[in-house]
Design a protein around this ligand. Sequence first.
Ligand SMILES: Cc1cc2nc3c(=O)[nH]c(=O)nc-3n(C[C@H](O)[C@H](O)[C@H](O)COP(=O)(O)OP(=O)(O)OC[C@H]3O[C@@H](n4cnc5c(N)ncnc54)[C@H](O)[C@@H]3O)c2cc1C
Length: 390
Amino acid sequence: MTKRFKTTARTLETVKKYDYIIAGAGCAGYSLLYHLLKDPILCRKKILVVDSNFEKGNDRTWCFWEDAEGPFDSIVCKKWSKIEVLKDGMHRSLPTYPFEYKMIQGIDFYQYISNFAKGFEHIDWVAAKILQIKDQTPNGAAVSWEGGSAFADYVFSSINGERIQSALWQHFKGIVVEFDSPVFDDTIARLMDFNVPQMDATAFMYLLPMSDKKALVEYTLFSPSILKVAQYDEVLNAYMESHYKGRNYKIAHTEIGAIPMTTKRLSANTGAVISIGTMGGAVKASTGYAFQFIQQQTRQLVQQLKLKQSLNPLVHFTRHHFYDAVLLFILEHKKMSGDEIFARIFKKNDAATIFRFLSNTSSLLEDIRIMSSLPTSIFLPAAIKVLFRR
Ligand SMILES: Cc1cc2nc3c(=O)[nH]c(=O)nc-3n(C[C@H](O)[C@H](O)[C@H](O)COP(=O)(O)OP(=O)(O)OC[C@H]3O[C@@H](n4cnc5c(N)ncnc54)[C@H](O)[C@@H]3O)c2cc1C
């Protein structure tokens, strides 16, 4: 794999003009590459992919829901058709039909797309840190990195040049635990167990059993500041101790992350430089889910390129964007605790309606049903504040 991404100086001296440059090969960069290469016309374009680190390993696990077969089903390592939410005495278990909750390992995704790309001739790879991306509309855009540069008609960037500003973050540490005898019910994904220290925030344990002996257990919080690693560890250890007392397990893998929860634009699209992924606003602000929105965004861009339309990477449109802003306002200003909000939503609605709401595909009637799960005395003033703030 390393060899494949090594740049030969000669290649770049002679071929410096591309149709597209993909700056950053993470979820969004690889997704865009995949959807471009799936297209019978755009797959012939000359594409350069630049990333500072093509050796990411299994740096994250992506979960998402789908109500049909998806393009990445062959690398889905586990799926569930039941979810559960726990808070105090409430233990709500919900079938997800027609959706399935699916899990993909980061490493499988990166390998799947880089293997698929090997079948195409016009793709170059550069492993280097990008120093600058410059819009030169109407003459495309330029990307420079340590030791080189290239031009393209369009640059699609998921790199975060500046420190991201967000009032709230979804941050977490997860451990993949392995027992030597069965302990988990692997037919059900524990989406949120709020019976953990809330740390003056919204906090829950996310527990995804991959088999009856193995699970991802992730302590997740929505709050303004990130915890120290030892603080996540303390809660994870206490949770394991109280639920699986005396049972031996080993930690096979860990993941740690922080996702901005904001409806504000993190970067502007300027002419020939189009932001994608987190930087392109693909993250659902109120939940941190992004994988499916990134697929939607990159498919949308491929379609626009094909039809020679102006490029618009936005995927969160007005109505659902507004709900996100209201929910974030309530959380940020502590008008109601997050565990109470989510517990009410899951108590009063079925999983399919909630999934559609969180995917921005719910009907107005479904939106009203979800929002009427929350007290009007809190939701309405927050909605008015957000309206005026806009
Ligand atoms: C641990 C973790 C778990 C997550 N789990 C889920 C989940 O279950 N479901 C879900 O929907 N979302 C999840 N997310 C949120 C979201 O899907 C991911 O963050 C997703 O990877 C975002 O894609 P991206 O392409 O914008 O960023 P990334 O995947 O981070 O890609 C950015 C790329 O840019 C490269 N780069 C950055 N700076 C430079 C530079 N200067 N020069 C060259 N290269 C550069 C990086 O090496 C990286 O490859 C998770 C996020 C994390 C961190």
